[in-house]
Write a protein that binds this ligand. Structure first.
Ligand code: FE2
Length: 337
């Protein structure tokens, strides 16, 4: 028999239960008041903070103000199903890491398939086994906490990239532009999602190793001599070493190390040639060169767009850059600009 609550709760209003600080907040969405209350009482008894909503629409309204640690939602509700609610949450950057559990009948395979496509993290069947539910919620919250920590670490590293850029007043906005150009070019080339993510971060991190290059060289108002040039060239390998051990940056490391390789093998640090150069690094190299040509330095003016693409095309004919990548870049540049 379902337990009922002593205090009344208006069904059309989201409900919050005052929690101790630091306790995970769960959002329960179900159109049946009795099930909502049962879940709420049991989850509060397990030590969680619980908010409830009687519909997906109501949940979305509630979520404009809070980010719960986990969402537990029924599938079959009013106009908007729990599957659609799940899909909307997973497409919203604020909630993409928030675990979503769909409550389905064990035999409802259609709902489970649709739920998987919508990005659901787990399923739970009625009637409820609260020991099992407790175990699953605890496991999802642990994974979610680790992902959140990793995302914060990425944020710190990205900020470091911007800090390095800020040392050089001539390169303002270079990282942000590279990130944007590289992702657009990767998309146009049909690169996989993992490559696109690496390109986004790589835009900020490709020159991370410049942290080891002195201001006297980095900001020298004139061309570099051989010794200075060699010191600058160490930035590719040093930057890659700096992110060693950060597994979430695995795909970015090869972009950092190889973004100065050249298609004909004349680049650095490893003199890789052709397809041996990681794909992401070939993409980053092209957008990096274009942006460098368009940027003023103490010893050179910024070039106009036409002149920059003329040089890029000439260098590609000369064997410096991947012709397919450059071809696609020149194709999409007009709409990116
Ligand atoms: Fe570089």
């Amino acid at each position: 028999m379902l337990r009922t609550r002593a205090r009344s709760q208006a069904d059309d209003e989201p409900a919050a239960v005052a929690p101790p600080a630091g306790v995970p907040t769960l959002l329960v969405v179900d159109d049946h008041p009795a099930i909502r209350e049962l879940l709420r009482d049991e989850l509060i008894a397990l030590g969680y903070r619980v908010m409830t909503a009687p519909s997906a629409e109501n949940a979305l309204a509630l979520l404009t103000g809070i980010v719960p640690d986990l969402v537990l939602t029924d599938v079959h509700m009013g106009a908007m199903s729990g599957v659609e609610l799940c899909a909307r949450l997973k497409h919203d950057p604020r909630f993409e890491l928030t675990p979503v559990i769909l409550v389905t009948a064990a035999a409802d395979l259609d709902a489970r398939v649709a739920g998987l496509a919508a990005g659901a993290d787990d399923f739970f069947a009625k009637p409820f086994d609260f020991i099992e539910l407790r175990t699953r919620i605890a496991a999802l919250l642990r994974v979610s906490a680790v992902l959140t920590q990793l995302e914060r670490a990425e944020g710190v590293i990205t900020t470091l990239g911007l800090t390095i850029e800020a040392r050089d007043p001539y390169t303002g906005g270079h990282c942000e532009r590279l990130s944007r150009y590289a992702v657009s070019l990767g998309q146009a080339l049909g690169a996989a999602d993992a490559t696109l993510k690496a390109l986004r971060l790589g835009g900020y991190l490709h020159d991370l190793g410049k942290i080891a290059v002195s201001d006297a060289i980095l900001l020298k108002p004139g061309p570099l001599d051989d010794d200075e040039r060699q010191k600058v060239e160490t930035h590719a390998a040093i930057g890659a070493d700096l992110v060693n051990g950060l597994r979430t940056l695995d795909g970015v490391r090869s972009i950092i190390r190889h973004h100065h390789e050249r298609w004909d093998g004349s680049g650095y640090p490893d003199g890789l040639k052709g397809d041996a150069i990681p794909y992401g690094a070939r993409i980053m190299a092209v957008v990096d060169v274009y942006d460098a040509l368009r940027t003023a330095r103490p010893y050179k003016e910024s070039l106009g767009h036409a002149e920059a693409i003329e040089i890029l095309a000439r260098e590609t004919d000369g064997g410096s850059w991947d012709p397919r990548v450059v071809g696609k870049f020149l194709e999409i540049l007009p709409e990116m600009r």
